[in-house]
Design a protein around this ligand. Structure first.
Ligand code: SF4
Length: 551
């Protein structure tokens, strides 16, 4: 006889209620109190949900959300921050992990669940396909993202279905690493995503969409569904847990970035998502890691794996070999699965953060080391840069050079000062007008045999294009800009259209310090010269510091 699962439709609810329900139903299923369940969910009012391993302030424009009545909450599952309004439909499967129909490998479970949703979309006339590792796409454009978590003997697997799509609000609510230098960026968000309203001549009713998905899951999993509400015990648990899911402790406190100026930060993009590491290191002679904070939009199974890894790295000697041993041991010992992110990704990101300990010896103040972004190699290995690449958006909006290379150094904006600094240190200043120009410039410099480059950009730009820089392969060093970007000001469409009228400000003091260190006229400070000697002599410190992605 065909197995019957519960079909639970909880309708539009607040973010806190929906997040609490995820935990409640998963708990009830893990205790065997409820049958396997397919839940449909919607959000009202609109909300932003960060992934379990993300820090709210790193991912969300909190001020914009507050002003526009957009709730902020945290999912039980990993992955990236999502914007939800009532035009999206969520589906979730709660089931027993050990059942024979479910594969053990997370990647295989992704495929099975996505194939079920694809089967449902086919019933609406949509030709969708699974795109590893966890998306569903239509003609190359994403229509659904998925992810999951587990508790005891049960798992939760969830997906979004874009029925309609408000890209503009999403871009404003999330700190999406779009940037003013990349042409076509805003429109390209719309080109990478699609929704039922754009794919179908007539939008089916919500009931028709749900029926199609039910039919898809039924066919793919070989079960039938019977509608049933939350049980009394689930309602009781929901009332108990709702306060927690509304609390600051859950929303912000679960992953609150380390406070203070002494932290060392690094980030890298892996196929499984962005990995960010912050460390607090103490002790001058034998430095030890006192605090570790790892965030990102990856999925970790079990969910607490990242917290366990942080615990293992706490209070250990801050040297690359020890870190490598601990992280690789952690991945070997535990049943940890983080699809698309390897032990090497964590080893390298922690190593890059630790490298910043040495930056002070190269003239960078301790509270500025996180404003220096290495490309391919760490700062101590970057020398003889002949060029300083500067973003056009730092030019005065009315300047005749705003949208072309060059600067008359008239004194009315910081670009003129940056040009002067570059020239004083024997470097050629170049203003970069768009991302394509930057990529061509770097490739060209590499062809010419230039050893490295220096420049300035925002952290979001660096995070997004780090893999592009590594692909091009020219080592370099980038200096962060002052914090206010066109995206914080809500002017990203203007920036995209090349009309952004506000200005980015360069960190001129830091640029000068970096240029002094990496320009052609560089003479190492005594401390730096001693370190260079030590690096050559010590195999431990010299463990391949190349930052290209490993594994
Ligand atoms: S300093 Fe250069 S970029 Fe700035 S306003 Fe003057 S000419 Fe234009």
């Amino acid at each position: 006889m065909t197995e019957v699962w519960r079909l639970l439709d909880t309708g539009p609810r607040s973010a806190a209620e929906n997040m609490a329900l995820d935990e409640v139903v998963l708990t009830a299923r893990s205790r065997g109190r409820v049958p396997n369940t397919l839940r449909f969910l919607q959000f009202s009012p609109p909300c932003v949900l960060v992934g379990y391993h993300q820090a709210v302030e790193q991912e969300v424009r909190v001020g914009y959300c507050r002003e526009h009545g957009i709730e902020i909450n945290r999912r039980l599952t990993g992955g990236g921050a999502l914007y939800w309004d009532e035009s999206q439909l969520g589906w979730e499967i709660f089931a027993g992990k050990e059942e024979a129909r479910f594969p053990r490998r997370v990647e295989d479970l992704y495929r099975l669940m996505c194939d079920a949703a694809v089967c449902g979309l086919a019933k609406l006339g949509i030709k969708a396909a699974f795109r590893p590792k966890n998306d569903i796409e239509v003609n190359g454009r994403k229509i659904s993202g998925t992810g999951g978590t587990s508790l005891g003997g049960a798992f939760l697997f969830q997906g979004t279905l874009l029925v309609d799509f408000d890209a503009d609000t999403m871009i404003r609510a999330l700190r999406i690493p779009t940037e003013k230098l990349k042409d076509k960026e805003i429109r390209s968000v719309k080109e990478r995503v699609t929704c039922l309203a754009w794919e179908l001549p007539t939008l089916p009713s919500l009931d028709q969409i749900k029926s199609a998905l039910v039919a898809g899951f039924s066919e793919a999993l070989g079960v039938t569904f019977a509608p049933a509400p939350l049980g009394a015990r689930e309602e009781e648990l929901l009332a108990q847990r709702l306060g927690h899911f509304r609390s600051d402790e859950w929303i912000n406190g679960t992953r609150r970035p380390l406070a203070g100026r002494s932290e060392l930060r690094a980030l890298r993009k892996s196929p499984g998502g962005l990995v960010r590491v912050s460390l607090v290191v103490a002790g001058a002679r034998s430095p030890r890691i006192r605090e570790v904070f790892i965030t990102g939009d990856f999925f970790a199974y079990p969910r607490r794996a990242i917290l366990d890894l942080e615990a293992r790295l706490k209070d250990v000697p801050a040297d690359p070999r020890t870190i490598e041993r601990i992280i690789e041991g952690f991945f070997a010992d535990e049943e940890v699965q983080i699809p698309g992110v390897t032990a090497r990704d964590f080893v390298q990101t922690v190593g890059e953060a630790l490298d910043k300990l040495t930056y002070t010896r190269h003239g960078i103040p301790r509270d500025e080391v996180n404003s220096v972004f290495p490309v391919v190699r760490p700062l101590p290995e970057i020398t003889h840069c002949p060029v300083l690449l500067l973003p056009y958006c730092a030019k005065l909006p009315q300047c005749e050079y705003r949208f072309r290379d060059g600067c008359a150094q008239c004194g009315q904006c910081c670009i003129g000062d940056a040009y002067r600094i570059a020239e004083e240190h024997g470097m050629r200043p170049i203003s970069i007008q768009n991302y394509e120009m930057l990529e061509e410039m770097l490739a060209d410099l590499k062809r010419q045999g230039v050893p490295a480059f220096a420049g300035s950009c925002c952290e979001a730009f660096y995070a997004k294009h780090r893999s592009d820089f590594e692909r091009i392969g020219l080592p370099g060093i980038l200096v962060d800009v002052d914090n206010t970007t066109c995206y914080d000001l809500g002017r990203e469409e203007d920036a995209y259209a090349g009309r952004f009228e506000n200005q980015t400000y360069l960190k001129l003091d830091l640029i000068e310090r970096v240029v002094r260190r990496v320009g052609p006229k560089h003479l190492p400070t005594p401390a730096a010269a001693a370190e260079e000697k030590e690096t050559t002599a010590s195999p431990d410190v010299g463990v391949s510091r190349e930052y290209a992605r490993a594994g």
